[in-house]
Each structure stands twice: as C-alpha cells, then as structure tokens.
Design a protein around this ligand. Structure first.
Ligand code: ZN
Length: 242
C-alpha cells in the first residue's frame, strides 16, 4: 500500500493542507510520526485532519508536553511558551486523543518512532553513532523517524558505518537491503533552510521512497501565529526554514 509519511506538522494547517492536496490520490494509508501540535497556531485543525486520514499516529515530545506527560521545563523558553499556549487551546476530546497515541508502532517492515527507537521522545537521529547504536533497539529492517525536521535516508551498511543519502525531491529512491532510517522532514517547520513543507511517499512493494517539497501559504501561517500571540520567532523562522 502506498504510504504517505508525515512528521512534525507542528500545528501549521496551511502547510498540511498543501501537502494533502499535493499527495491527493497517491497514497492508500498514512503514517504520522509525532509533533502534530506545538509551535503553530492551528493544533485543532491539524489534529482533525490527521484523524480524518485514519493514519497510524505516534506521539512526539510536543504532544507529551501539551498533555502534561513530560515537563515543559525541559524545553527552551520559546518552545515552552508554545506548549503552554497549545495546552490551553486543546479541548478534552483532543487531549484524550493525544493521550491515546503510543510512542512506538510497528507496521510491516517499519518501526515508527518520533525521536529514536531507544529514546522515542528526545533523541535526534542522523548520521552520527546513534544510528548504529539504535539498531539493537528495533527489530524491523527500517525505522521511520521525525524530530530533527530534516529529511533524510540513512542506511547502515554491513561494516557498521552510517551513510546518508541526500534526499532529492521528485525522484524515487530504492531503499535497498541494508537497515535504514527514513525521515520525511517536517511539514510545518522545516529546518534545512528550505521553507517549503516536507513530506515523503513510500512504496513498500517497490521498496522505494520519494521525498517531496511543497510551497504553501506561509504568510497565512505566520499571520495565524502572530494573531495567536505566540512568540514572533516562530513566525519568522518559517520564512527561512530553520
Ligand atoms: Zn518537532
């Protein structure tokens, strides 16, 4: 089944809308890798859209903080302010929904986590030693992660070296035989200096992935953040993709 891979939507509804329009008709199921809320001004619209997808969803650190399961004290001041705003914006039903999300799920050949298999809440995965160390913490061939807001495909080869394949939007990349980590990047707050919304389409039968970037109504997302009284930096960073 062709799979839509989303992560770190971060309450940016204009970005999510653009991604769903772009991917329309090209997937049969969706996986959402955490941080659907936090930073942005439209958590309720984003939660509703994700629920509509009937997606496999896991929790990220921003969900866990918004429902009080981890302390907002562990976040930087800007993130903390956004978490407190988000906690107030959620209704009981949304809070209950976020509480129901597991930190880890296994689907077919993939383990889904937000951060890393050994620390789904906090650890950032990339090309560093953590990619090798985490191999013993999941059983499937592949692991889908979010959290860093940077799209990547990291293969861990037989000699234990983690190598990164740079994503190339619009091109289908074979996932190969090695164990690997896949990050679709962030829908709502990309941090690789490309402000366009980031996502991926996975074809598990062909064992291929395609990374995509989509323009969206960034000015609207910024206006919503400013109107909500969220920190100005959260609006500014969307323009530069950091
Ligand atoms: Zn995030």
């Amino acid at each position: 089944m062709r799979t839509l891979l989303l992560s770190d939507i971060h309450a940016n509804y204009p970005a999510l809308k653009a991604v769903l329009a772009d991917a329309d008709g090209e997937f049969e199921r969706a996986w959402v890798l955490g941080d659907t809320v936090g930073y942005g001004a439209d958590p309720s619209d984003c939660i509703a859209a994700v629920r509509d997808l009937d997606a496999t969803v896991i929790s990220g650190n921003h969900e866990l903080a918004a429902i009080g399961r981890i302390s907002a004290e562990d976040f930087n001041p800007v993130a903390r302010e956004a978490i407190e705003w988000t906690a107030n914006a959620l209704d009981d039903d949304e809070r209950e929904y976020l509480q129901s999300l597991p930190p880890k799920q296994v689907v077919d050949r993939f383990t889904l986590v937000h951060g890393s298999p050994r620390d789904p809440v906090w650890e950032y995965l990339g090309t560093g030693p953590a990619a090798v160390e985490n191999l013993e913490h999941f059983q499937t061939q592949a692991c889908a992660v979010g959290h860093s807001h940077v799209p990547f495909l990291v293969r861990v080869t037989a000699d234990g070296v983690a190598g990164q394949v740079k994503h190339s939007p619009g091109q289908r990349i074979s996932l190969g035989d090695d164990r690997l980590y896949l990050n679709p990047g962030s829908v709502g707050q990309p941090r690789d200096r490309d402000p366009r919304a980031s996502y991926a389409l996975l074809d598990p039968d062909a064992w291929e992935v395609e990374f995509r970037r989509v323009e969206y109504d960034l000015a609207l997302a910024q206006t919503r953040i400013r109107e909500a009284g969220l920190p100005e930096f959260l609006a500014e960073r969307l323009s530069i993709g950091v």
